[in-house]
Design a protein. Structure first.
Length: 227
């Protein structure tokens, strides 16, 4: 049987004292023995049973360390690391964010990260992009189109027979397709075709219109051009 006699109090200023316990193996699972007969709560907790987290303005062993970023943030109960409140940044959360209603600021640099559909240094300019088909560059407001769309506002469908297109509508043909609109299919057996001309570019060791012929004796390389 373990008998434990503990004393812990706090006043209006949040002053804490460690539990002073008696009895064999008196320290509980949530306590640390600092010397025989004296137990202390693990960092980040206080109370007779060591199960009460530190208030936001304190941290550490028995919650005796004052949080340097309070009241504009709160400290990790164990490490004292600050987490700033919304619209605050800096090592002690002492700076006010200037990102408006449509952005949040980086806790360490103060730089704004805009919500979708907004851009500029303080996220105060609305994007003119079709947000279903694109996203907006936060720095300059330029629309970056999703695959399959093009135009200044990404509102035009690519006419590339299933291949993607550039921001100006130019097609980038998939492997095996070529020509305007990527409408023509290549038939290269042992090579790949030029996306503009459709001409087969044979792999090393092959030649021919469709790259079906092996290199003759004494020749090697792409299209058997080396000897």
């Amino acid at each position: 049987h373990i008998t434990t006699k503990c004393c812990l109090f706090c006043n209006d200023a949040f002053s804490f004292t460690p539990a002073i316990c008696e009895g064999a193996d008196a320290c509980k699972a949530d306590e640390i023995c600092i010397r025989p007969g004296v137990c202390r709560c693990k960092p980040g907790f206080f109370g007779a049973d060591c199960n009460s987290p530190c208030p936001d303005q304190y941290w550490g062993s028995d919650c005796k360390q004052r949080c340097s970023c309070y009241p504009f943030g709160k400290c990790d109960g164990v490490t004292g690391k600050c987490t700033c409140n919304p619209k605050r940044w800096g090592p002690y959360c002492q700076n006010i964010c200037h990102c408006g209603q449509h952005g949040t600021c980086d806790q360490f640099t103060g730089l704004c990260k805009c919500d979708p559909g907004w851009w500029a240094q303080h996220c105060n300019k609305q994007c003119l992009c079709n947000l279903e088909n694109s996203f907006c560059n936060q720095t300059n407001g330029q629309c970056i189109c999703n695959i399959g769309w093009w135009g200044s506002r990404c509102s035009i469908t690519c006419a590339c027979n299933g291949s993607p297109c550039l921001q100006n509508g130019s097609c980038m043909c998939r492997e095996g397709w070529y020509g305007q609109g990527c409408k023509h299919q290549c038939n290269c057996i042992n090579g790949k075709c030029n996306s503009k001309t459709g001409k087969c570019e044979c792999y090393p060791g092959y030649r021919g219109i469709r790259c079906t012929d092996l290199c003759p004796s004494g020749y090697y390389g792409p299209n058997c051009e080396k000897r």
